[in-house]
Design a binder for this molecule. Structure first.
Ligand SMILES: O=C(O)CCC(=O)C(=O)O
Length: 334
């Protein structure tokens, strides 16, 4: 299902909220005005064209095996320090055995991350709630629908914090698949609270590797593992069993909510083909994935993730992503 948000209410309507609560995801078409889509694409291309290869460690974005929870997840210092920087991670198939690019650099990048919301004014503008809160004059977006702060309020956040942001390019011909995963595995709070805000900047289709979702899995699929830093500075990342809560608080969650008589493998993923400008909200426990892009068309998206920063949620020092020094994670509420 997809729904439109009303002009007056820039958060979620009751129907949208109900759909999200039942299914763990929600498509909001036309969340971004076309001028904003164009500005974010311009910024993406400026970044792709201007970064230097001279001092780049040629880090590729590897997702950690078939189910995304293997141990070969990217984890070098370039990745570990990216929470307060704008860094460029290559597609696995864009780097040959000798470490050379097989494509021009702007067509070789899988992902740009993870502090666009802090360092890039066009991307930062999505989090602004008023012209006064915008540090770069002119970047406030008056006709933004489903404004993130209002959505977060509708979802029940007390103190929503944006902790990371990324452009994912899903390049033509070599765009890597993203295996089924739950975002709270990578962005763990105790108890889990992550929600993804995923914006299509180009049409996302079955051909170029749109998202797909396992509806309702956020209610029964536990966060079994966490991606953490290995002990010692810049020693890489590893998946460890999650010894904390596996669901957000609430009676609607739990392994006993799994559909009766069906295994995880029998559940059916629902594709989410969306137009440029659409917002997709993704619950941190929801199983979702995207396929390889072998088509001629790229699929550029922007996504950021929000966690609860309020009382009763712990974000610990084991998480691979650590707070930007000084500022902390970016508040959505003024
Ligand atoms: O855009 C994609 O292909 C995958 C994004 C995703 O799964 C995520 O941001 O959690």
């Amino acid at each position: 299902m997809s729904t439109t948000s009303s002009e007056e209410d820039s958060g979620l309507t009751p129907d949208q909220l109900q759909f999200f609560n039942e299914n763990g995801y929600l498509v909001v078409p036309d969340a971004l005005p076309p001028s904003t889509v164009a500005a974010l694409l311009d910024e993406t291309h400026r970044l792709l064209d201007s970064f230097s290869l001279a001092d780049h460690p040629m880090t590729r974005f590897s997702t950690g095996g078939e189910d995304g929870t293997g141990d070969d997840h990217v984890g070098d210092a370039y990745f570990l320090d990216s929470g307060s920087k704008i860094r460029f991670f290559f597609e696995e198939d864009a780097v040959d055995a000798s470490g050379n690019l097989t494509k021009p650099k702007h067509l070789a990048v899988n992902k740009i991350g993870h502090y666009l919301h802090g360092l890039s004014p066009p991307f930062a503008s999505l989090l602004k709630t008023s012209p006064a809160s915008s540090s770069s004059p002119g970047t406030y977006i008056p006709d933004l629908r489903a404004r993130p702060a209002a959505v977060a309020r509708a979802l029940g956040f007390a103190d929503p914090r944006c902790l990371q942001s990324m452009v994912i390019c899903k390049q033509p011909e070599i765009g890597g698949a993203v295996p089924p995963h739950q975002d709270s595995t990578f962005l763990y709070t105790r108890p889990p609270s992550a929600v993804g805000f995923w914006y299509a900047l180009e049409d996302a289709t079955l051909e170029n590797g749109c998202l797909s979702f396992l509806p309702g899995s956020h209610r029964w699929a536990p966060i079994e593992k966490r991606l953490v830093r290995k002990a010692g500075a810049n020693e890489g990342t590893e998946m460890v069993p999650n010894d904390g809560p596996r669901f957000p608080p609430g009676e609607e969650y739990g392994e006993d909510k799994r559909p009766v008589g069906r295994s995880r493998e029998e559940e059916e993923y629902v594709p989410g083909e969306v137009k440029a400008g659409s917002l997709v909200l993704i619950h941190g426990n929801l199983l979702h994935k995207s396929e390889r892009n072998t088509s001629e068309k790229g699929r550029i998206i922007y996504t950021f993730h929000v966690i609860e920063g309020g009382e009763g949620r712990v974000y610990d020092e084991r998480n691979w992503l650590q707070m930007p020094p000084g500022e902390g994670f970016t508040p959505l509420f003024d």
